[in-house]
Write a protein that binds this ligand. Structure first.
Ligand code: UD1
Ligand code: UDP
Length: 378
């Protein structure tokens, strides 16, 4: 029987981290699969470091990133360029991930070409179009155009079923590939972070924030909360690897630059970042991936968003939804700093996102669907 041609497409840092284990697993099964990789390069530097780390050499690189790009240009660029990639690669299956513009435009492009789509990290929902914006709609489109669904948790399986997907046998509960990536990285890769010059006598608060819905006032609130927290606690330091998005950098550098015990650093490569997460006392973030990774390292996470599509770790007690109100951020962080009982409860290393075998399950599921994919009914 001929091989299944799988075209894996991604464009940003988190997608690259979460798709890398799947690509590696497809490569391991080269008797059954021809693995083709296309990066849109919606991100450039932040993507390339992940490609280097996992030694992935893309077959197609659309190189679409522009400084301060907007959603219209990015979506139309990827949609059009993907048409040519699909015509050249002629895959049996296109794999997309999560909820980015790359995911939206690629799944739509494959749908127009009547090529089956497999959605990795399918079924996440906040049921709020504005939070996160535009990701909630992106992932709904990806799910709507998909034929195979790789859902990380039972909740995401339920969301898919409740959204009316009839072909439930093509929904697979796999765990999240981010755990595969994290384990591959902390166990095997170089993780030296001595160049950050952390003061080992201080507790480290790791901060990241980059979401569109936090641009402007919410991000200012977050920055003001950090200023007050370091002022009130001389035993803490804040480390913030600042996302390359200019909408983030302009606010953050102007508000937090030069403040004592607040370290603004460039985005870290994934291996040192994993190491920094492990060393942190508390993580404050609006990132999706970090909400999934930190619980498995036993680090409490305070989520700087009004809603989350990842309620599982909140239910487990390792993650708390805090929002972007300055006083609320200060109060909850202070409680966690002061109260060792609350801290101990949250730093429970319970991880609802899988055991590192998600990529294996995804690749096995694709193989089980060989006949379906060869028939090209989607
Ligand atoms: C995107 C995703 C978001 C994801 C985030 C991960 C969408 C709509 N948003 O948001 O879901 O959480 O990636 O980080 O797809 N830039 C660089 N170099 C890089 C990366 C970004 O210079 O390596 C700058 C560029 O000026 C670029 C800007 O950041 O135009 C914004 O990038 P974009 O992908 O549009 O948005 P993100 O905020 O990164
Ligand atoms: N990350 C990284 N370096 C950093 C910050 C984050 O490697 O400086 C990793 C993090 O561990 C996670 C992923 O990037 O796996 C999350 O990316 P991001 O927060 O940009 O996107 P999101 O997950 O919110 O879509």
């Amino acid at each position: 029987m001929s091989k299944i041609k799988v075209l894996t497409v991604f464009g940003t840092r988190p997608e690259a981290i979460k798709m890398a284990p799947v690509i590696k697993e497809l490569e391991k099964n080269s008797d059954n699969f021809e693995s083709i990789v296309c990066v849109t390069a919606q991100h450039r530097q932040m993507l390339d470091q992940v490609l280097d780390l996992f030694e992935i050499k893309p077959d197609f690189d659309l190189n679409v990133m522009k400084q301060n790009q907007n959603l219209w240009i990015l979506t139309s660029d990827v949609l059009l360029k993907m048409k040519e990639v699909l015509e050249q690669a002629k895959p049996h299956l296109v794999l997309v991930h999560g909820d980015t513009t790359t995911t939206l435009a690629t799944s739509l492009s494959a749908f127009y070409a009547r090529i089956p789509v497999g959605h990795v990290e399918a079924g996440l929902r906040t049921f709020d179009k504005e939070n996160p914006f535009p990701e909630e709609i992106n992932r709904m489109v990806a799910d709507a155009t998909s034929s195979l669904y790789f859902a990380p948790t039972q909740k995401s399986v339920d969301n898919l079923i409740n959204s009316g997907i009839k072909d439930t046998k093509r929904i697979y509960l796999t765990g999240n590939t981010v755990i595969d990536a994290l384990l591959m990285t902390i166990n095997n890769k170089k993780t030296d972070i001595s160049n950050i010059n952390l003061d080992n006598n201080l507790k480290t608060i790791l901060l990241t924030s980059h979401r569109r819905e936090n641009f402007g006032k919410p991000l200012e609130n977050i920055c003001n909360a950090m200023i007050e927290l370091v002022k009130n606690n001389n035993d803490i330091q804040v480390v913030y690897p600042v996302h390359l998005n200019p909408n983030v950098r302009n606010t953050v550098y102007s508000m937090l630059g030069g403040i004592e015990r607040i370290k603004l650093i460039e985005p870290l490569d994934y291996a040192p970042f994993a190491s920094l997460m492990k060393k942190s006392y508390i993580i404050l973030t609006d990132s999706g991936g970090i909400q999934e990774e930190a619980p498995s390292l036993g680090i409490p996470v305070l989520v700087l968003r009004e809603t989350t599509e990842r309620p599982e770790a909140i239910e487990y007690g390792t993650v708390k939804l805090v929002g972007t109100n300055k006083e609320k951020i200060i109060n909850i962080t202070q409680k966690l700093l002061d109260n060792s009982k609350i801290y101990a409860k949250m730093s429970n290393a319970k991880n609802p996102y899988g055991d590192g075998s998600a990529a294996k399950k995804i690749v096995k599921a694709i193989l089980q669907n060989q006949d379906f994919l060869f028939k090209k009914v989607f």
